[in-house]
Write a protein that binds this ligand. Structure first.
Ligand code: 13P
Ligand code: SF4
Length: 357
């Protein structure tokens, strides 16, 4: 197997990281909890929150019959819900995925500027060029991409299925053109032992985990197990007792018998981990000190999902500022690889994947 890093791809030097919110602003925002809860119920809106959102947003989902999950589960739940209004608390690709799968529903997001650095690493013009350079390769795009990028892809996949899909495509004799996360690309090439032409994109959070800092934490907590999301560098993955998507890391921490965990993923996941296992200790993995303007392992765009903005979605004067729209031609083209992912996931769960998906 080999990993071939693609060249001449436009990767932003700096990402438009939103300013940090002060403690006073956060406290004022939390005062809105009961009002937002009433608004969600009154508007019969389903709140779907990613594990990386703030604990108070996850609690709001819990108390209003909403849902908290990883990006694959979020896609499924929005599609299957009978409710006509969905509020997606996450980053924009998650809202777009919900709209692609449920065009008849109103999909709202607290802030349409909730980027993902991986999405920002992936320009359509580059994809068109690279596809022409590797015409035989199967384009597998990570879910963390725009609707337009999905429309140019053969498959979409989330981290929970990425190795299994790479294995499946290898079995069909297909080469993979993987985008946009370089670390996940390298992880699937190593684990499925297959050739991957890999995009050089990065997640600002996971790319910043620091192996030497994690080794120091291990010395301090020798009994601790290390949980790692595969968007992290290979040097961090090498230290892991479990590598997986957010849901997979959460599931491992529940069933495993250790008492302490060093967690290399976004800190929002601690809410559900601690709720499931109040007697266990979860420690945030170390972030490299140099060149990172992050507030620890915190996704700067997930933090845009405040209670005041959820309220604005439902009762604000400018609803168009919150509604996800996807041009119909792009939606139809993106639906195909997304449906393939959902069919693949369902077939895997059922225990047998047909060769012609
Ligand atoms: P999951 O698919 O594991 O939820 O991850 C999404 C994500 O953005 C990770 O950074
Ligand atoms: Fe994107 Fe990274 Fe934030 Fe996940 S944590 S949404 S990959 S920037």
């Amino acid at each position: 197997m080999s990993l071939i890093m693609l060249k001449d791809i436009t990767i932003p030097e700096h990402f438009p990281i939103p300013p940090k919110v002060s403690e006073a602003e956060l406290a004022a925002d939390h005062q809105l909890f009961d009002r937002v809860k009433e608004a969600l119920i009154a508007h019969q809106a389903l709140l779907i929150a990613h594990y990386y959102t703030a604990p108070i947003v996850q609690r709001l989902a819990e108390e209003t019959g909403g849902f908290i999950g990883d990006s694959l589960e979020m896609a499924r739940v929005g599609k299957d819900s009978p409710l006509k209004t969905i509020v997606v608390a996450g980053v924009r690709f998650m809202g777009e995925t919900a709209k692609i799968l449920s065009p008849e529903k109103t999909v709202l997001m607290p802030d349409l500027h909730s980027e993902c650095s991986l999405d920002l690493c992936c320009q359509t013009e580059d994809i068109i060029r690279v596809k022409a350079e590797y015409p035989k390769a199967t384009v597998v795009a990570y879910a963390n991409t725009s609707a337009e990028v999905k429309a140019h892809s053969d498959w979409i996949v989330t981290s929970s299925l990425a190795v299994e899909l790479a294995d499946y495509l290898k079995g069909r004799g297909e080469e993979i053109l993987w985008l946009p996360d370089r670390h996940l690309g390298s992880y699937i090439a190593n684990n499925a032992k297959t050739d991957v032409y890999c995009w050089p994109g990065r997640c600002v959070v996971h790319d910043s985990f620091d192996p030497s800092g994690i080794i120091k934490l291990k010395e301090q907590y020798p009994e601790a197990k290390v949980l790692v999301h595969p968007e992290s560098p290979a040097s961090v993955v090498a230290l892991a007792d479990c590598v997986g998507s957010t849901s997979q890391l959460l599931a491992f921490s529940k069933k495993d018998d250790a008492q302490t965990y060093i967690v290399a993923t976004e800190r929002g996941i601690f809410y559900k981990m601690q709720q499931a296992c109040p007697e266990k200790t979860f420690i945030e993995a170390a972030i490299a000190p140099q060149g990172v303007s992050l507030d620890g392992a915190k996704c700067p765009w997930m933090s845009l999902n405040s209670l005041s903005k959820i309220l604005e979605c439902l009762e604000g004067k400018e609803p168009q500022k919150h509604e996800i729209t996807v041009p119909e031609d792009i939606r139809v083209a993106a639906l195909k690889p997304l449906n393939r992912m959902l069919a693949f996931s369902a077939a895997l769960k059922a225990g047998s994947v047909p060769n012609d998906l």
